[in-house]
Design a protein around this ligand. Structure first.
Ligand code: NAD
Length: 493
């Protein structure tokens, strides 16, 4: 369905190491596919452990001897602001790459996500000259203060569902802190990150500060998490791989890890909620980005008094969800990112049918080419069904019925995940009780996916730990040093 992929010139397909685009040492390559057509889009250099080594050497040299960690915060801020401006100037190109490589939709990426990326750079640019320590009140005559220093070389392992957003989320705070880094994009979406690397050079980020190694998880990804000369790793992806990354970090140099993992978020609609608004948010919270969202409100709990009317409204909206060419601004539904994900979603839908949920609409692949799946609505879903327990990461909505607040809190928390949640009610007591009872990193009251660069984002339980966005994100990239010296009549003198 995509019209542009065949004619779009792809400029960057190699690895980006020490400020240059280079082939992999082995000369190996892999193909990246347009998920709308299943055609090969580009052949990309495939980095492995030896390429990660080279990238780490460049990042190490840039950290130990290069200018970036030693620049004033103001100087780093200026370069980051230039980077942000270049992102905006190249919004068409970045959005096109997100569409043809990742199956995203041009409109939301061009007019929303790219802007979020550049604003994230501006937000953290503003923090670069405000990183400061404390003066300590020591128990004896010692003067002491803390320095907050960059942690060193950071490895960023990122997923495929929002490469531009994810790049900014990880790279901007790391740059502000003064770190250098090696980034591994997901194997199905390397192109946007390579274009960002090109922009970083134009912005004046010194060579070796940002390095990109395209490649697969078990080779390039594993080489990053187990590398002895990488000082910290940030990972966004599945809970299963997050566990592997943490193991590798522990078994190598005990590097700190931050994990942003999967979710199975509850979206709770009480009888007194604005039902039109609730149905609209349930729709957006599940079908945006064809459901490939860690924050999807994929367990919709609806109180029995409005259950039937809610389902009717949601059904009409799901049926009207517009499909078509991803470059058409009216289109809301694109292809799933890759074949494996497409097959996983279809298999989850089969589980839903077999386990007795009511399939109200959707449930089938669309067309013969491209990884398209119909927006799908299940009702009469119960907590024990696979579709209520497992993260689907696709356009599949599950509606569950509840009676009381006590019951829904218990059921909402009965999951290994704890990433986000939503509650729709006009009663402030209900909103407060639910907000304080849900074990998740965010509670969105009468709204959903209220992500923001100033709002810390991250999981409870097996959705991970550590926070991205907000000034809290800087903590991954900084460490605290205490400097002490005796004064007056200190016994040390
Ligand atoms: P994934 O875990 O399969 O892959 C993520 C990244 O890890 C990719 O770059 C991959 O190449 C790499 N990887 C794979 N195996 C590895 C290994 N052994 N060692 C090191 N790296 C390895 O996840 P995915 O399928 O790309 O993304 C979907 C998942 O990401 C979902 O579970 C989703 O919820 C989660 N996600 C979470 C957030 C969040 O903020 N919490 C955001 C987006 C996606």
């Amino acid at each position: 369905m995509s019209s542009k992929a065949a004619t779009h010139e792809i400029k960057f397909t190699k690895l980006f190491i020490n400020g240059e685009f280079v082939d992999s040492i082995s000369g190996n390559t892999f193909e990246t596919i347009d998920p709308a057509t299943e055609e090969v889009l580009a052949t990309v250099a495939e980095g492995r452990a030896e390429d990660v080594d080279l990238a780490v050497k460049a990042a190490r040299e840039a950290f130990d001897n290069g200018p970036w960690p030693r620049l004033s915060g103001e100087a780093r801020r200026k370069i980051m602001l230039k980077f942000a401006d270049l992102i905006d100037e190249n919004a068409d190109e970045l959005a096109t790459l997100e569409v043809i490589d990742g199956g995203k939709l041009f409109g939301p990426v061009r007019y929303f996500e790219v802007g979020i990326s550049s604003e994230t750079f501006r937000y953290f640019a503003g923090a670069a000259d405000k990183i400061r320590g404390a003066t300590l009140k020591m128990s004896s005559n010692i003067q002491a203060y803390t320095l907050r220093e960059p942690i060193g070389v950071v490895g960023h392992i990122i997923p495929w569902n929002g490469p531009a957003y994810m790049f900014a989320t990880k790279v901007a705070p790391a740059l502000a802190a003064g770190c250098t880094m090696v980034i591994k994009p997901a194997e199905t979406t390397p192109l946007t990150v390579l274009f960002f690397a090109h922009l970083s050079k134009l912005a004046g980020v010194p060579d070796g500060v940002i390095n990109v190694v395209n490649g697969f998880g078990k080779t390039a990804g594993a080489a990053i998490s187990s590398h002895m000369d990488i000082d910290a790793v940030t990972f966004t992806g599945s809970t299963e791989v997050g566990r592997t990354v943490m193991h590798a970090a522990a078994a190598s140099n005990l590097k700190p890890v931050s994990l942003e993992l999967g979710g199975k978020s509850p979206f709770i609609v009480f009888d007194d909620a604005d039902v039109d608004k609730a149905a609209e948010l349930a729709l957006m919270g599940n079908l945006m980005n064809k459901g490939e969202m860690c924050v999807a409100g994929s367990r919709i709990f609806v109180q029995e008094g409005i259950y039937d009317v809610f389902v009717k409204k949601l059904e009409a909206m799901v049926k009207a969800w517009p499909m078509g060419d991803p470059f058409d601004l009216a289109t809301r539904h694109g292809p799933q990112n890759n074949k494996q994900q497409y097959e996983k979603i279809l298999s989850c839908i089969e589980h839903g049918k077999k386990e007795g949920a009511t399939l109200v609409t959707g449930g089938k692949p669309i067309g013969k080419k491209g990884y398209y799946i119909e927006p799908t609505l299940f009702t009469d879903v119960t907590d024990d069904m696979t579709i209520a327990k497992e993260e689907i990461f696709g356009p599949v909505i599950s509606v569950l019925k509840f009676k009381t607040i006590e019951e829904v809190i218990k059921r909402a928390n009965a999951t290994k995940y704890g990433l986000t949640s939503g509650v729709m009610t006009k009663n402030i007591d209900t909103a407060n009780t639910v907000s304080r009872s849900i074990r998740a990193g965010a509670v969105w009251v009468n709204c959903y996916i209220a992500l923001d660069r100033d709002a810390p984002h991250g999981g409870y339980k097996m959705s991970g730990f550590g926070r991205e966005q907000g000034l809290e994100a800087l903590e991954h990239y900084l460490q605290v040093k205490t400097v002490a010296t005796p004064i007056y009549d200190s016994p040390w003198l």
